[in-house]
Ligand binder design. Structure first.
Ligand code: CA
Ligand code: CA
Length: 381
């Protein structure tokens, strides 16, 4: 407690120039207090990252369903994604929902339009991603629902018509060096993590290897946990991508345990770009117990900053302020991992420097919220 008092006494976090705390400043001070109390290793508060307006696109791809019971389940899962995206007010696209034969065909359409209407799901996805990956400062969520296969060499996502190989998707996504969230909920999905892992990217797969080939439950549980208050582990009023992953992983494990069955799927999350996924059972709360080399951030820190449906407080920050705040919070976490190697005075000096910058972001947000109220406007995504 002594060192905690010293940290907080010296920082005066969130205190506006005139003294005393404003609402957001106080919220921030309370949050930092929590971070300092929890000791090392620790991650900072969850925060949502977003890009410049319009900010976020979610693309859900429904694979070939095979059996009718799967078709029903995937349709329900897609409906959950759609609902959550509507709540979040983000751009939502779906591929593979309508039967190809049912797609509207306009007799007056030119050749290109007609070709687009009858194109395979794979081709539609290729075209859509081609336009999306070129957008700067735009967060792209790509969600794959359905079945996957692995022949010992190559993993594929099963689509109606031609399938999609992990390598092909890797090539299509290559221009998107950051702000990419790939969630592959199919069997044999792990090779999609290896191929798409990278800095600024978050990759989640339903399985830990290509050889976990059986039908997966992870995707359904994941969609159910999206923005679910029960999944909000740190109780900050919003469910992060990490919290969603942990809730879904927990449900999968429970399913098999309750039936006395050996689990046939183990989901992975990678958000530090090292091509190594981390399993849900390697986390205690929202922190992984897994050690990283050379002081690298562990998996989960970044995913805990991302929220499909941000909480009320988050919405008061503009996308640009959120982005800056998230970067600073990552620096706090990195610094905390280096604490042992730094002289104490230097550690607190650097910590204070970052905290003051974060406090300034909240001050700006308050100032613009006050201005917005005057003019009947507010932040949003
Ligand atoms: Ca939370
Ligand atoms: Ca990793």
């Amino acid at each position: 407690m002594k060192s905690l008092n010293r940290e907080t006494d010296s920082l005066q976090i969130g205190s506006p120039p005139g003294g005393g705390f404003t609402a957001l400043g106080l919220a921030w001070a309370v949050r930092i207090l929590g971070v300092l109390l929890a000791g090392m290793p620790q991650v900072s508060h969850a925060a949502e990252v977003s890009a410049d307006a319009p900010g976020v696109s979610v693309v859900v791809v429904m694979g070939a369903s095979g059996e009718p019971q799967y078709a029903e389940e995937y349709a329900e899962t897609e409906a959950l994604w759609r609902r959550r995206c509507r709540e979040a007010g983000v751009d939502y696209r779906v591929i593979g929902l309508k039967e190809i034969a049912q797609r509207p065909r306009d007799d007056n359409a030119d050749g290109e339009e007609r070709a687009a209407a009858t194109a395979s799901d794979r081709e539609q996805l290729r075209k859509l991603l081609g336009s999306m990956v070129a957008r700067e400062n735009h967060e792209l969520w790509l969600v794959l629902l359905g079945h996957g296969t692995f022949d010992g060499r190559e993993a594929k996502f099963n689509l109606r018509g031609p399938d999609l190989a992990a390598e092909e998707l890797r090539d299509w996504l290559k221009p998107k060096s950051k702000d990419l969230i790939l969630i592959n909920t199919t069997s044999s999905s792990a090779p999609f993590l290896t191929g798409n892992s990278g800095p600024g990217r978050i990759v989640i797969t339903a399985t830990k290897s290509g050889t976990e080939v059986f039908y997966t439950r992870f995707g359904k549980y994941f969609a159910e946990a999206l923005a679910s208050p029960e999944a909000d582990l740190d109780e900050d009023g919003q469910t992060s991508l990490l919290e969603t992953f942990l809730a879904a992983s927990g449900e999968v494990a429970r399913y098999f345990t309750e039936r006395g069955l050996l689990a046939t799927e183990h989901a992975l999350l990678d958000d530090n770009g090292d091509k190594q996924g981390t399993r849900g059972d390697w986390f205690q709360g929202v922190r992984t117990v897994k050690k990283t080399k050379d002081g690298a951030l562990p998996d989960g820190v970044r995913a805990h900053q991302v929220h499909l449906v941000p909480g009320e407080e988050e919405r008061m920050l503009s996308p640009e302020l959120r982005r800056r705040r998230d970067e600073l919070e990552l620096r706090v976490t990195e610094l905390r991992y280096q604490k042992e190697e730094l002289p104490e005075r230097e550690y607190y000096r650097r910590l204070e420097e970052i905290f003051l910058k974060i406090a300034e972001i909240y001050r700006q947000a308050e100032a613009s919220a006050a201005g917005g109220e005057k003019h009947g406007k507010r932040g949003g995504r």
